[in-house]
Design a protein around this ligand. Structure first.
Ligand code: COA
Length: 415
C-alpha cells in the first residue's frame, strides 16, 4: 500500500524547491492538490519550453503524481473554497516570497484557527535575521550557504554545482520536517509550523567544509592538494577542486578518449586499506615498500606525484575498464557519467529511478522517479497535471458543489 495514502496536501508551491517536496510526498502516495493562479499557473510551466505550447520539462519533472486546480484565494469566493481546503487537508506547503500567504489573508494564526491539526510548511531563502525578506533562487542559496566559496578550482572563481542543493535539497529537508510533524501529530493531535531556509539547507549539506574551517585553526588541511603543492592556507576553507572531502584522498583523472569525450574521466580514491592493490594495478609494485609512500600520512605531500602516476595508467583504459579492473580489488572508483549515459542507463530504468511517462501535450518524456525505495510501498510515477485539470473534480470532492455553482466560480474569476 502507498505509505502516505490518505494524507491530503494543499500544495501552494511553485518553481522548484517547494514542488520537489510535494512531489516526493505524492510519490509516497499522498493526495497532493496543487493550487495555481487561474489562467497563469506555476511560472515554470512556460519556462525553458522545448515543445511549443506544451508544459515545459522544468514543470513536468517537478510535479508528477499531483492534481492541479486553479484557485485565487484573494477572490472572496476563492477564499471560501481555500478555507474549505484548509479545513480538510493535513498539510499545507508553500514557498512564496516572505509574507505572500499573509497578504492573501491566510496567516499561520488564521490557518491554525481554521484547522488546528494543520501542518503548515514553508521554504524561504533565509531564516529569521537580516535577510529574511529576500527572494532567493537556487544559485543565491548555493552562494549564501557556503557551497560556492568551497566549490571550484583553487585560485579560480567560486562555482555553483549542477546539483540543485538549494532548491531540491531544501525541498527534501522540508519533506522530512513534514513527515516528522505528521508523526508527532499522531501523539499530540496538533499541527505545527515547519520551516526550512535554503541557506540552512545548503550549509547542512556543506557541513564538511564547516568542519574544515575549524580544523584550519589547528594547522593546514593536509589532505587538500594545495598542501602537497606547498600553497599556504588562508583564513577560510579554500576551494578544493576535485579533492575528496573525506579522509581518503581522491581526484578526477583522465581516461582513454578524454581528448575528444568531455566525460571520459574517472574518480579515483587511494583508499589506504587497498594501497598495495593500487600500486600493483598501476604497475608500481616498488611503491609498496617505499618509505615515501608507506603510510597515508607519508603519502600526503606526494599526492600530486601519486595521482599523476595513476592517471598515466587510467589514460590507457576507458572509464568503464577502470571500473571493471578496480572494483574487484576494492579500489573505489567511479566513472564520470554524462546525462546522456544516465538517460540511457538500463539499471536506472529498471529500478524506477528514471521513468518514461506519456503526456497529452508533449508525448513521451523522461522524468525522475522516487530515489527512496520502500519495500512494501513502491512509487508509481504519473505524469504532471495540466493547468486546472482537476479543478472541478477537487471542488466537487471537497466542497460538494454543483456544476452551476462551479460555473459561477469560474465567472467570478475565483477558479
Ligand atoms: N492566486 C492569486 N495570486 C497568487 C496565487 C494564486 N493561486 N498564487 C500566488 N499568487 C501571488 C501571491 O499572492 C504573490 O502576490 P503578492 O506578492 O502580491 O503578495 C505572488 O503571486 C507570488 O509571489 P512571489 O512568491 O513573490 O513570486 P516571484 O515569482 O516574484 O518570486 C521566488 C519567486 C521563488 C523568488 C519567491 O517565491 C521566493 O523567494 N520564494 C521563497 C524561496 C524559494 O522557494 N526559492 C526557490 C524557488 S525554486
Amino acid at each position: 500500500m502507498e505509505a502516505l495514502k490518505g494524507v491530503k496536501i494543499l500544495d501552494m508551491t511553485h518553481v522548484q524547491s517547494g514542488p520537489t517536496c510535494t512531489q516526493l510526498l505524492a510519490w509516497f502516495g499522498a493526495d497532493v492538490v496543487k493550487v495555481e493562479r487561474p489562467g497563469v499557473g506555476d511560472a515554470t510551466r512556460g519556462q525553458l519550453r522545448d515543445v511549443p505550447k506544451a508544459d515545459s520539462l522544468y514543470f513536468t519533472m517537478l510535479n508528477s503524481n499531483k492534481r492541479s486546480i486553479t484557485l485565487n484565494p484573494k477572490n472572496p469566493d476563492g477564499a471560501k473554497i481555500f478555507t474549505s481546503l484548509i479545513e480538510q487537508c493535513d498539510v499545507m506547503v508553500e514557498n512564496f516570497a516572505p509574507g505572500a500567504l499573509d497578504r492573501m489573508g491566510f496567516s499561520w494564526e488564521k490557518i491554525q484557527e481554521i484547522n488546528p491539526r494543520m501542518i503548515y510548511a514553508s521554504v524561504k531563502g533565509f531564516g529569521p535575521g537580516a535577510y529574511e525578506d529576500c527572494k532567493v533562487y537556487e544559485n543565491v542559496a548555493q552562494c549564501a550557504g557556503g557551497s560556492a566559496s568551497t566549490t571550484g578550482m583553487l585560485g579560480e572563481v567560486p562555482t555553483v554545482t549542477g546539483a540543485q542543493i538549494g532548491d531540491s535539497g531544501t525541498g527534501l529537508h522540508l519533506a522530512l520536517g513534514i513527515v516528522t510533524a505528521l508523526f508527532h501529530r499522531e501523539k499530540s493531535g496538533k499541527g505545527q509550523r515547519v520551516s526550512a531556509a535554503m541557506q540552512d539547507g545548503v550549509l547542512n549539506l556543506c557541513r564538511v567544509k564547516l568542519r574544515d574551517q575549524q580544523r584550519l585553526s589547528h594547522g593546514p588541511l593536509k589532505e587538500y592538494s594545495q598542501f602537497g603543492q606547498g600553497i599556504p592556507f588562508g583564513e577560510a576553507t579554500p576551494r578544493a577542486g576535485n579533492d575528496s572531502g573525506g579522509g581518503q584522498p581522491g581526484r578526477i583523472l583522465k581516461c582513454k578518449g578524454w581528448d575528444t569525450d568531455p566525460d571520459a574521466y574517472t574518480y579515483f580514491i587511494t583508499q589506504a586499506a587497498v594501497w598495495k592493490n593500487i600500486c600493483e594495478v598501476i604497475g608500481k609494485p616498488e611503491w609498496i615498500e617505499d618509505e615515501k609512500f608507506l603510510t597515508p600520512e607519508a603519502r600526503l605531500p606526494h599526492l600530486n606525484e601519486i595521482f599523476e602516476t595513476i592517471e598515466a595508467w587510467t589514460m590507457t583504459k576507458t572509464k568503464f575498464e577502470v571500473m571493471d579492473i578496480c572494483n574487484p580489488l576494492n579500489i573505489p572508483v567511479g566513472p564520470i557519467l554524462s546525462m546522456k549515459e544516465l538517460a540511457n542507463e538500463q539499471s536506472l530504468r529498471e529500478t524506477g529511478t528514471i521513468v518514461e511517462v506519456d503526456h497529452p501535450e508533449r508525448g513521451k518524456y523522461l522524468t525522475v522517479g522516487n530515489p527512496i525505495k520502500l519495500s512494501d510501498s513502491p512509487a508509481v510515477v504519473k505524469r504532471s497535471p495540466l493547468l486546472g485539470e482537476h479543478t472541478e473534480e477537487v471542488i466537487k470532492e471537497f466542497c460538494n458543489m454543483s456544476d452551476e455553482e462551479i460555473k459561477s466560480l469560474r465567472d467570478s474569476g475565483a477558479i
